[in-house]
Design a protein around this ligand. Structure first.
Ligand SMILES: NC(=O)c1ccc[n+]([C@@H]2O[C@H](COP(=O)([O-])OP(=O)(O)OC[C@H]3O[C@@H](n4cnc5c(N)ncnc54)[C@H](O)[C@@H]3O)[C@@H](O)[C@H]2O)c1
Length: 449
């Protein structure tokens, strides 16, 4: 069994569990991650909610088809694989009692790495104070429940808009699945838009051409692997000095390698030309390349400042001029930008990095509300990783590293594959109705919570 770190391996042994329990130490469990042929969930999924539960009505058949055995009551024997609570019909905070009544008794029966998915309507769509309060309350409840769960279980919230219930299926399925192992206490918004169901559910990105920047190592290499696993043809981009590692990743995923520094003024055009001539076009762009040059702001010179802003933010702006041009990515394409929890919470010694990663979120807001891009069906979302086990985080001094690793609801760091799975989720045509989302892959990190 793969463990992300030595401590997690230790507490997964019988003696380790007893020692950690006696000392009140965190007890991370090896998370359930995606494997070919693995069932959607481990055990029955309790469904319930408030009123007529209109979202469940729309989702029930799809969830069953995807392999979720739905039950209406907490089973006496089995451990639950998940709980889906439809709270879309709430109109006053008094209605929240339905959530307590459904979820409360179920929490004691959750299996290892079980999933809680609360489904509501977007508060922004309500003007009446009581309705808006009730809808907004779901976020507070979900985030609190996520902090109470143990054994690798997670809780997330899906916000629909009236009429988008069927489009929410892909998101609910992702959150129930092992692909969302390190996604905890997040809010996913599903808007209007017609999702396309893949011909082969195991290869949702078949016939798509995807570019990943910074693909030579770390999270970028894993994104390339997961997108290729899901059927995409890959263009792997990195700097010339990473050429041999880049070629190895490109070979592994049977894609092509392109040595381009993303800060070059013609980087976007070169990537687009390559994708066109070698693969016939471009559908998915993952802006992953990133660097850190950490110093307290008082010690940060203009070079350190500029280098980080240029690689992490300005290059994306420049490249997107080519990618989002009429003859750039094809209609119905998907952009996914890699941000960071530092861009949400701020981080000591990282004002340049946090500036760039917060700026990325600004880009997502702007693109996702761009009328022209909406009409062309192009979605833009961001993934903000928390502590992920990579070469970047291995360089952090031990004490700080242990803090980063444990200070989250799952008491462990995430793996590059966890970030990659969420990116692959946003890159699929099934998520045509999902744009402007910022999702943290952080195990509910306490930093910036
Ligand atoms: N590791 C984490 O815990 C973590 C947390 C939050 C966010 N992130 C973000 O995730 C992304 C990937 O991080 P990682 O940990 O895999 O980092 P990494 O340093 O292991 O890999 C980054 C890759 O980007 C490439 N790159 C750097 N500058 C480039 C340029 N100018 N042109 C082309 N390629 C360039 C590098 O050569 C490298 O292959 C980054 O955007 C990072 O900020 C990482």
């Amino acid at each position: 069994m793969a463990h992300s770190d030595a401590y997690t391996a230790f507490v997964s042994t019988g003696a380790g569990t007893r020692i950690a329990g006696a000392l009140g130490l965190p007890q991370p469990v090896a998370l359930r991650r995606h494997e070919a042929g693995r069932s959607l969930v481990d055990g029955p999924v309790l469904v319930g909610g408030h009123g007529d539960m209109p979202a469940l009505l729309a989702l029930r058949a799809g969830l069953e088809r995807a392999g979720a055995p739905l039950v209406d009551d907490v089973p006496a024997e089995d451990r639950l694989g998940g709980v889906v609570v439809d709270m879309t019909a709430v109109t006053t905070p008094a209605d929240l009692e339905s959530l307590r009544a459904t979820l409360g008794p179920a929490l004691r029966r959750l299996g290892r790495c079980a999933r809680v998915v609360v489904v509501g309507l977007d508060p922004a769509g309500a003007t009446a104070p009581a309705v808006r309060a009730a809808r907004r309350a779901l976020e507070g409840i979900t985030r609190s429940v996520a902090k109470e769960l143990r054994g690798g279980a997670t809780a997330n919230l899906v916000l629909l808009t009236p009429g988008s219930e069927p489009a929410g299926l892909g998101t609910v399925e992702f959150l129930l699945s092992a692909r969302s192992a390190y996604v905890d206490a997040q809010v996913f918004r599903v808007g209007e838009g017609v999702p396309t169901l893949p011909a082969d559910p195991a290869r949702p990105l078949a016939a798509k051409v995807a570019v990943v920047t910074g693909a030579a190592q770390g999270i970028g290499a894993e994104i390339a692997r997961v997108l290729a696993r899901d059927g995409a043809t890959l263009v792997c981009v990195d700097v010339p000095t990473a050429g041999s590692a880049l070629a190895a990743v490109a070979n592994e995923v049977v894609g092509t390698a392109l040595q381009v520094d993303v800060t070059a003024s013609d980087a976007g055009r070169r990537i687009l030309d390559h994708a066109r001539t070698r693969h016939g076009g471009l559908d998915v762009v993952v802006h992953n390349a990133g660097i850190t040059r950490d110093k307290l702001l008082a010690n940060t010179d203009a070079d350190r400042w500029h280098a980080v802003l240029d690689v992490n933010l300005l290059s994306i702006l420049r490249m997107n001029e080519a990618f989002l041009d009429q003859d750039g990515v094809r209609d119905g394409g998907h952009l996914v930008l890699v941000s960071s929890i530092a861009g949400i919470a701020g981080n000591r010694g990282q004002s340049n990095y946090a500036a760039s990663k917060a700026g990325v979120l600004g880009l997502v807001d702007a693109y996702a509300t761009d009328e022209l891009l909406r009409r062309r069906g192009i979605t833009v979302n961001a993934v903000a990783p928390g502590f992920i086990e990579t070469a970047m985080t291995a360089r952090i001094p031990l004490a700080t590293r242990e803090l980063g690793r444990r200070l989250n609801s799952l008491s462990q760091g995430g793996l590059p594959v966890d970030v990659a799975e969420t990116i692959a989720h946003f890159a699929s045509d099934r998520q045509a109705a999902v744009s402007g989302n910022v999702v943290r892959v952080c195990g509910q990190s306490l930093i910036g919570a």
